[in-house]
Design a protein around this ligand. Sequence first.
Ligand SMILES: [Zn+2]
Length: 132
Amino acid sequence: MTKEELIQHAFQALRHAYVPYSHYSVGAAVLTKDGTVIPGCNIENASYPAGVCAERCALHNAYAQGYQKDDIAALAVVTEGNTVAGPCGICRQVISELMHGDTPIYLANRREIRETTIDELVPMRFGPEDLA
Ligand SMILES: [Zn+2]
């Protein structure tokens, strides 16, 4: 699967975003090494901190299906906004634990694709090895 195809899956997931407060829809898609695409979207809540971002939704969905970091080939995160938005701080922390540091992350809107990794997004991060 090409990154463009994975991004299209993320745009399909974006349509399911529940965003009555921000009206800022985000879609995500995890690609596993067996070719499965697992969607995620942001889901807000009247108790704002109870909402969840699209990329965490997709990654948690992947883990709930039995996939782990060794199984994840890529993550795409998309918006309809004018900017290519990076993951928020909480998502960066979650991605840093649930994906390998060098797994491709595609950030996109309708005009632009940026490719990065969590190693690039979160250098010197806190992780499980710090609790050992
Ligand atoms: Zn987030």
